[in-house]
Ligand binder design. Structure first.
Ligand SMILES: NC(=O)c1ccc[n+]([C@@H]2O[C@H](COP(=O)([O-])OP(=O)(O)OC[C@H]3O[C@@H](n4cnc5c(N)ncnc54)[C@H](O)[C@@H]3O)[C@@H](O)[C@H]2O)c1
Length: 248
């Protein structure tokens, strides 16, 4: 039971909540695969985890490219025999008014969050089905409900909710669950860099009046990743201090 010895691939995990989720899962005895598109960050994270005695390997790959994803998963299979837990965490947010958004803003945002999750799920699911066990956990956002200036981001995350539900239906009889976490405001470097006025405005809309922490997301991922969570699938789980209760 738990996640001990489970092989866990977390995309975009050389930073932020993906990295903290990797750390927390490693503390519970999971074998972690750090993936990111930035090679230097992958090397630093792997070195840091190894220093702490964790079982970890790093894979530099752009998850928007099918060839890179297939190669990464094949290499993981060579080392660990497969992937038991996939966390589709990598994401990019290009926020601007509709008239200011470029085609590039749309493509990078939708491709990293949505196409990347599709490609990674496709690449790992065969092994999960064979083992009759698997966990796919998608990191969406409360913004999938809609947000001004967030046309690509909200669309990408809404698509991820659709992917989550579809995989739950398609893989349910194979012991593979598919769930989605929708974080709200989480304390990351991006928050620290935001203007004071923006921070006050955002906090005023929080029912809790507080920000979430990267550990709040790691805890939610571990809940869905656990062997005991086998009867929970196709769900969207908000970790947002109650902010999903109203729009605007
Ligand atoms: N930070 C928040 O408040 C917040 C709120 C809601 C949802 N989210 C979502 O949570 C997830 C993690 O957010 P974070 O704040 O920790 O982000 P972050 O920017 O700290 O980390 C994301 C990582 O993804 C990597 N990445 C980008 N493109 C990639 C690609 N093509 N292939 C592989 N890796 C790639 C980046 O290099 C980066 O290291 C994202 O999906 C984000 O949309 C974040």
């Amino acid at each position: 039971m738990g996640i001990e010895n489970r092989v866990c691939l977390i995309t975009g995990s050389a930073s932020g909540m993906g990295k903290q989720t990797g750390r927390r899962m490693a503390e519970r005895g999971a074998k972690i695969v750090i993936n990111d598109v930035v090679a230097e960050k992958v090397a630093d994270t792997v070195a840091e985890f190894k220093k702490d005695g964790f079982e970890v390997i790093g894979k530099v790959a752009d998850i928007t490219k099918k060839e890179a994803v297939v190669q990464m998963v094949n290499e993981i299979i060579e080392v660990y025999g497969g992937v038991d837990i996939l966390v589709n965490n990598a994401g990019v947010d290009r926020t601007a008014a509709l008239r200011k958004l470029s085609e590039d803003d749309w493509e990078i945002t939708v491709n990293v969050s949505l196409k990347g999750a599709f490609l990674c799920s496709q690449a790992v699911h065969g092994h999960m089905v064979e083992k009759n066990h698997g966990r796919i956990i998608n990191i969406a956002s409360r913004a999938w409900l809609g947000g001004p200036g967030q046309a690509p981001y909200s669309s990408a995350k809404a698509g991820l909710v659709g992917l989550t539900r579809t995989l739950a239906l398609e893989l349910g009889r194979s012991g593979v669950t598919s769930n989605c976490i929708a974080p709200g405001l989480i304390h990351t470097p991006m928050w620290d860099e935001a203007p004071e006025k923006t921070k006050l405005m955002l906090l005023s809309k929080q029912p809790t009046g507080t920000l979430g922490d990267v550990d709040d997301i790691a805890n939610a991922v571990m809940f869905f990743a656990d062997d005991e969570a086998s009867f929970i699938t196709g769900q969207v789980f908000y970790v947002c201090g109650g902010r999903s209760l109203f729009s605007g």
